[in-house]
Design a protein around this ligand. Structure first.
Ligand SMILES: C[S@@+](CC[C@H](N)C(=O)[O-])C[C@H]1O[C@@H](n2cnc3c(N)ncnc32)[C@H](O)[C@@H]1O
Length: 210
């Protein structure tokens, strides 16, 4: 299957960074993310898609009894996730797959989540990725994203500007993604968008518009 230039660079980037990913992210994982990840799974059950599953940092927070399909572009990230399976109360399948071309049937999942995936997708892939999440989720099913944004407060905004070149080089990520603006374009309805860490990280929730 043909990849776009961006996907090749993101693929190469995560293949390269996989051995160091957890170490690099450690201060953020324990200082920030662990407190907010559980909110993403509140009220979810059944068959759940975790898109851009990475090294499996969401595993401890999956609802007990749920069945999870974790997809990721990078086999090296998935290999690390596979080692973390035992940290979860849910049954987990891991599959190498691109979120913009999910090789699974329509209406397959009860819900879909993605944590820090849309901040690594460029603008032109935001709507295609959202459309795929919509297609594979049952009508009325929840789609929840945990994402960075550029803060409004002047000091934090300046700090993100300082970090940005590193974050872009290492993770392919940006603070300037306009994911919510693509929600209607993908045939989804924005249900909520709320900050869960200062004005820096938010949960975006959408459902099928029909
Ligand atoms: C910043 S990491 C986040 C990992 C994990 N969700 C977490 O919360 O720690 C982004 C992940 O998205 C994956 N990714 C990037 N582009 C993707 C795509 N088009 N389809 C699927 N996964 C992708 C990367 O390989 C990487 O594992």
């Amino acid at each position: 299957m043909r990849m776009t230039a961006f996907e090749i660079s993101n693929f190469a980037r995560y293949q390269r960074i996989a051995p160091f990913y957890d170490l690099l992210d450690l201060p953020f994982e324990y200082g920030r993310y662990r407190k907010i990840r559980p909110q993403l799974f509140a009220g979810l059950s059944g068959l759940i898609l975790d898109a851009g599953v990475g090294t499996g940092r969401n595993f401890p927070f999956y609802p007990a009894g749920a069945r999870i399909v974790g997809i990721d572009l990078s086999p090296a990230m998935l290999a690390r996730a596979a080692r973390r399976r035992r940290s979860s109360a849910a049954a987990i399948d891991l599959v190498e797959m691109d979120v913009t071309r999910i090789a699974l049937p329509d209406r397959h999942f009860d819900a879909a989540v993605a944590t820090f995936l849309f901040c690594v997708l460029p603008d032109e892939l935001q709507a295609p990725a959202l459309r795929e999440l919509k297609r594979v989720t049952k009508p009325g099913g929840v789609i929840r994203l945990l994402e960075y944004t550029r803060p409004r407060a002047a000091l934090r905004r300046a700090v993100t500007r300082l970090w940005e070149p590193w974050v872009r080089w290492a993770y392919g990520a940006g603070f300037d993604r306009r994911t919510e603006e693509h929600v209607p374009e993908a045939g989804l309805r924005l249900v909520q968008s709320r900050f869960v860490l200062r004005d820096l990280i938010k949960i975006i929730e959408a459902r099928s518009a029909e």
